[in-house]
Structure formats: structure tokens, C-alpha cells
Design a protein around this ligand. Structure first.
Ligand SMILES: Cc1cc2nc3c(=O)[nH]c(=O)nc-3n(C[C@H](O)[C@H](O)[C@H](O)COP(=O)(O)OP(=O)(O)OC[C@H]3O[C@@H](n4cnc5c(N)ncnc54)[C@H](O)[C@@H]3O)c2cc1C
Length: 492
């Protein structure tokens, strides 16, 4: 067990960049332990990508935000902060592909009916062909395409994975690292799928795939509560206060420089600002590190919110839009989360997601153009019938919200991580903060572990926080508390 350091070894004050889930969790945990913390947030509200906001008399998130974790530390913290103000939501999400709806996660019987006998036979044939062929030998890490084809066959890859992944990442699936698949795609064996379809899978327990806990005030409620509790314990949260960079003395971080030019001294800095910008701001990175940083890419998102005068559009919390002829990749329907979000409004708010790079024309279009495209595309799906008026639209542009796992990204990250390990007094955490495809739970976990390191309660390697989650959702049963336990060691 780690012994706590003597009080003289604890940092007297910690400066934190970013009030998203990662930064706020670290602040909250440190404030509870009596450390003086100050959080600097560029935006006007807390929660980062997981914030909620008021729109047209309703409450919305930035796209779909379903919280889940099998880590007991994360769940304990979430429950502590939610203070009982959450509901369990039965999940319904489907794939929209060429005017048909496929259950997601995929269910064999539903997939069979939707794709028709001919396509289903072709999928099975390509699956078995793949199982009989020996996997290619290569020292390189496999591409996303190879990973999926090897497990599912080429036909299923083309129907269910290719168009969506290429929309999301904007690069061919051959150029995408298999890490994305390993983290995000459910484990699958045909035998298991057939057993389930025939009802031979044993007793069905509700798992994280079926239900999730959702805060009554929107996903951002968790972070609003965390911020309030941090301030109650003496912590400071500065909104609209962007940080320009970290101030260094020799190899040690000694404070923060704000964009207004002022400098704030700190014993330790925790950063959840984009890793690439953090490294550049240090002013000490050697050319190979700067070169690597220049080649790490992020994908941007344009969110187009539409207010529709209709309360019964479709039953899903969100739909994945695989049809390649449509540019948007996902649509959230906030009416299907909790009644607290919609209040008394008679309208439904939808949120369409468009993914792009900064240099793509769509990123610099005017909001009016983006709203017109969204209206036309949602009408083309038939999800919003002509009789339902679309009253208004609102656009939110989110830069750098997906770290792109292009093949070779791990090689680029390696020297960056090695360089940062040598900087004293600095911890990088979070989604773009550590270039990890984090969900809320991973960022919360990084915040918890960063605080434990500073408090001498652990010596965690934060770069090793795992982002493998689809597989554990399958083995995690919903408990009476509304959150989960890992059942991998229990009898089913
Ligand atoms: C469309 C969409 C859907 C998602 N769906 C889910 C889901 O279903 N379930 C789930 O768990 N997660 C989901 N996520 C992911 C989740 O939002 C993130 O994992 C989480 O918000 C990451 O937290 P973070 O603190 O690491 O980063 P962020 O949330 O990005 O927070 C970083 C904060 O740092 C601030 N900042 C950046 N630079 C500076 C600077 N220079 N100075 C001061 N402040 C700065 C930013 O303004 C921001 O507030 C989704 C994300 C998106 C975009």
C-alpha cells in the first residue's frame, strides 16, 4: 500500500486547465483532500464536451451522452455527485441504413429480416470464407478494416462498418488503426449470436448495453454539482479564462500563463487542454517531438440542433446514420431521454452530427447553410415528415473533439509521452488532453488517479488508462443502485 506523503510533500496549490470531466474530477478530489485548487476554463460553463445547456425552453447535451462504467471508483464518485438525482433509461438505438432500421447492438433476427435473404446469405458466406482463411502475417498493427473483416467477413464490414467509420474519421478504413475497433466494437461470435437469436442464451440479465443512468438535469448536471462542491471547499473556478500555456523553469512546470498575459504560480499543473497545444506551449520540446505533435490530428464536429413541432418522431435516444448519401452521422432525439429535459415543450429537439477537418469547406460554412443542409437531410430520411414544421435551428462547432487514431499514431505519441514524463510538476489528462478516445468514465478515472498521485495515494501511470469498453458492457449487470457491477467473476 502507498503511504501518504508528509504534508510538506503535498502541493500547496494546483492549477488545472479545463473544467471538463477530467479537470473537474481532479479539482473535486483535491479540494476534498484540502488542497487549494484553481480551475481555468476557456468556455462560459463547466462540463466540457459533456456539458448541458438550455435551448428553446428545453435542456440538451452536446449530442448523445450515456454514462456507463464498470470501475467501482468511477461509479462511486458519480453516485456521490449525482446525489440521487438520476433515472435509469432503457436504451433504444438503431442504425439507419438505406431507409431501414437495424437494431444496434446488432441482433441476428432483426438484421436478417432487414437485409433480406440474399444479403444475409452473402454475409454468412463471406463470414465463413473469412473464418476458413488464415490471417495475414504482418509486424505492423492491423488496420481497422483488416480487424473487422477478419472477425465479421467483408460483406458485414461493407454494410455496417465502412460508411459510418469513414464519415466519422474522414479517412479510408485501411488507414485507421485497429485500436478504434478494439475499443468500440462488441465482441462477436456467430455461435453466440445464433444461440441468442434462438433464445438459447440462458437467462437474460440487463447489462450496460440495455440501460444506463442519466442525470435529471442533463449529463452536465454531474459537472455542475462537482464545480459547486469544489467551490464550497474553497476551490476556485474561473470561467471564460483561457490558458495560453504552462510556465516552465528548467524542466519543471511552475505556473500558468493566461491569454490576458498574466501569470499564476502553482506547485503543480494538471492539463486537459489539447495535448498538441500544451506541448507547443512549453517552449522546450525538441524538434522530433514538435514534428510528431504536428502530425497528430483531431476531427471536428458540427452540431446542428433543430426544433421540430412534433412530439412523436421516432423512439430512439439516438440513431447511427450509415447511409453514405447522407453527410450527417448520428441524430439524437432529446425527447426520448428523460421527461425532465423536455419540460412542458410541445416540440422535439434533434441534434445532427457532422464530422469534418478544419480545412473542409463545411467547417467554415455559415450557420444558415449548415441548418439548411440539416433540414434537407433529416427530411430525406423520412424521420421528420413534411407535416411537422422545423421551427428553428442552432449550430455549435466543436473543434478537436475526436483524436484521430490513424495508423501510426502510437509511434507519433511515443516521443511526446516520453518528453512529458520528464517534465516535473505537470500531469496531462483527458480526451484531447492525452490524445485518448475517452468517454466520460475514462476522463473521470484519469482525474481520480491524477489526484491520487498528487496526494501520495498511488503512483498510477495515467498514459495506461484503458479505453476498452464495449466488451465490458456485455459483462456488467445493472445493480439496484442503478449502476453496475462486473460479473465476469460470477456465474451468469
Ligand atoms: C458528440 C459526442 C457524444 C459523446 N457521447 C458520449 C457518451 O455517450 N458517453 C460518454 O461517456 N461520453 C461521450 N462523449 C465523450 C465525452 O463528452 C468526453 O469523454 C468527455 O467530455 C471528456 O472529458 P475531458 O475533460 O477529458 O475533455 P473535455 O470535455 O473536452 O473538456 C476539456 C475542457 O478544457 C477546456 N479547455 C481547452 N483548452 C483550454 C485552455 N487553453 N484554457 C482553458 N480551458 C481549456 C475546454 O473548454 C473544455 O471545457 C461524447 C462526446 C461527443 C463530442
Amino acid at each position: 500500500m502507498n503511504r501518504s506523503p508528509s504534508p510538506s510533500h503535498l502541493p500547496r496549490n494546483v492549477g488545472i486547465i479545463g473544467a471538463g470531466p477530467a479537470g473537474l474530477t481532479a479539482a473535486y478530489q483535491l479540494a476534498k483532500a484540502g488542497i487549494a485548487v484553481e480551475v481555468f476554463e476557456a468556455d462560459g460553463s463547466v462540463g466540457g464536451l459533456a456539458r448541458s445547456m438550455d435551448l428553446w425552453g428545453q435542456r440538451v447535451d452536446l449530442g448523445p451522452h450515456r454514462f456507463f462504467s464498470q470501475d467501482s471508483r468511477v461509479n462511486r464518485l458519480w453516485l456521490e455527485v449525482a446525489q440521487g438525482r438520476y433515472r435509469m433509461v432503457d436504451r433504444l438505438t438503431r442504425i439507419y441504413y438505406r431507409r431501414r432500421f437495424f437494431d444496434y447492438p446488432l441482433k441476428p433476427a432483426n438484421a436478417l429480416i432487414n437485409m433480406g435473404f440474399g444479403n444475409a446469405a452473402a454475409c454468412l458466406a463471406s463470414y465463413f470464407k473469412q473464418q476458413l482463411s488464415s490471417p495475414p502475417k504482418s509486424d505492423e498493427s492491423p488496420s481497422f478494416e483488416d480487424w473487422v473483416v477478419e472477425r465479421f467477413g467483408r460483406k458485414l464490414f461493407e454494410m455496417f462498418f465502412q460508411s459510418y467509420s469513414e464519415k466519422l474519421w474522414g479517412i479510408p478504413c485501411q488507414e485507421l488503426d485497429a485500436d478504434f475497433a478494439a475499443q468500440r466494437i462488441k465482441k462477436f461470435t456467430l455461435g453466440e449470436a445464433i444461440k441468442k437469436a434462438l433464445g438459447l442464451g440462458g437467462k437474460h440479465h440487463k447489462t450496460l448495453v440495455d440501460r444506463f443512468a442519466y442525470p435529471l438535469g442533463g449529463t452536465g448536471m454531474i459537472y455542475e454539482n462537482m464545480a459547486r462542491e469544489t467551490e464550497r471547499r474553497g476551490g476556485k473556478i474561473h470561467l471564460k479564462c483561457p490558458v495560453a500555456g504552462v510556465v516552465m523553469e528548467a524542466r519543471k512546470a511552475v505556473g500558468l500563463k493566461l491569454t490576458d498575459g498574466s501569470v499564476r504560480p502553482f506547485d503543480h499543473v494538471i492539463s486537459s487542454m489539447p495535448l498538441t497545444l500544451l506541448v507547443r506551449s512549453l517552449g522546450q520540446a525538441p524538434p522530433p517531438v514538435l514534428d510528431a505533435v504536428a502530425r497528430l490530428r483531431f476531427r471536428n464536429t458540427i452540431l446542428v440542433f433543430l426544433e421540430v413541432a412534433d412530439q412523436q418522431l421516432f423512439p430512439d435516444q439516438w440513431l447511427y446514420i450509415h447511409s453514405p448519401e447522407l453527410q450527417f452521422g448520428r441524430v439524437t432525439n432529446f425527447r426520448n431521454w428523460t421527461p425532465e429535459l423536455t419540460g412542458r415543450s410541445e416540440c422535439t429537439i434533434l441534434c445532427l452530427e457532422y464530422w469534418c477537418y478544419e480545412q473542409d469547406a463545411i467547417w467554415s460554412e455559415s450557420p444558415d447553410q449548415q441548418i439548411e443542409r440539416a433540414k434537407a437531410e433529416i427530411r430525406a430520411t423520412g424521420l421528420v415528415p413534411e407535416r411537422s414544421a422545423i421551427r428553428q435551428g442552432f449550430v455549435l462547432r466543436l473543434p478537436r473533439c475526436y483524436p484521430v487514431y490513424a495508423r501510426g499514431y502510437k509511434t507519433l505519441l511515443k516521443p511526446v509521452i516520453e518528453f512529458l514524463r520528464q517534465v516535473e510538476g505537470l500531469t496531462a489528462i483527458g480526451r484531447y488532453g492525452s490524445f485518448k478516445y475517452n468517454n466520460q468514465d475514462h476522463s473521470i478515472l484519469m482525474g481520480i488517479l491524477a489526484a491520487e498521485n498528487l496526494l501520495g495515494q498511488g503512483s498510477h501511470d495515467l498514459w495506461a488508462v484503458n479505453t476498452d469498453y464495449e466488451s465490458y458492457q456485455e459483462s456488467s449487470h445493472i445493480e439496484a443502485t442503478g449502476l453496475v457491477s462486473d460479473t465476469s467473476n460470477r456465474e451468469a
